[in-house]
Design a protein around this ligand. Structure first.
Ligand SMILES: C[S@@+](CC[C@H](N)C(=O)[O-])C[C@H]1O[C@@H](n2cnc3c(N)ncnc32)[C@H](O)[C@@H]1O
Length: 197
């Protein structure tokens, strides 16, 4: 299995899980690795992906998680339902306005985390991307040596990001009060919003 940039950040994302969180939604869950990590923390997880193959793989590898094959854009999200909503490398597949629907679906005190992919735009973006290349190579080798012989998983659909970090920041500033946004090493950012109680 190759080094997976999304899996690499699971621990960082789990640190944002509110104490006592009961119900979570994972949007664009792929084969469900993060949904399983949430379930291991005792959270009731609903996980959605529109791709049939990844949902079938996710269901085969977990019980107690509600994996749903659906387009998140077609789903009615009950307002105030979730204590935690995660989007790992999936927001760039969706209209950015999806953030508003996810915000509304948060319970008071609930947390929205986006591990996002962005379009490189600035010299800083390109420098960080460049710095990630050798680290990525070392991590890939380490994972390859550790996981030699394991069967390859089902690949989740990918897309090129078209939104820059500045555009995500500008949208969040208008729609997600108190948000934080951090640029991460492996071509990702972390956006966090907590709904007021
Ligand atoms: C790059 S993959 C990331 C998968 C997973 N979150 C991970 O961490 O590996 C993006 C996922 O978003 C899903 N996706 C894209 N558009 C979607 C939509 N409109 N509704 C639900 N899932 C969607 C894709 O099928 C794909 O599995």
């Amino acid at each position: 299995m190759p080094f997976d940039h999304n899996d690499h950040y699971h621990r960082l994302l789990l640190r944002r899980l509110p104490t006592g969180a009961r119900r979570a939604l994972d949007v664009g869950c792929g084969t469900g690795a993060f949904a399983r990590a949430l379930a291991r923390r005792g959270v009731e997880v609903e996980a959605v992906d529109r791709d049939a193959a990844v949902i079938a793989a996710a269901r085969a590898d977990a019980s107690g998680i509600h994996f749903r094959q659906a387009d998140i854009e077609d789903l009615e999200l009950p307002p105030g339902r979730y204590d935690y909503i995660s989007c790992l490398a999936s927001l760039h597949h969706l209209p950015i306005g999806t953030l508003d629907r996810l915000r509304e679906a948060l319970a008071p005190g609930g947390v929205l985390v986006v591990l996002g992919c962005y379009r490189e735009e600035t010299a800083r973006d390109r420098l960080i991307g460049l710095a990630a290349v050798p680290v990525n190579a070392v991590c890939r080798l380490a994972v390859h040596l550790r996981e030699r012989g394991t069967r390859p998983g089902v690949p989740a659909p990918v897309a090129m990001p078209t939104t820059s970090l500045a555009e995500v920041r500008a949208y969040a500033a208008r729609h997600l009060p108190g948000f934080t946004l951090r640029q991460l090493l492996f071509w990702r950012y972390l956006l966090v919003h907590r709904r007021a109680r």
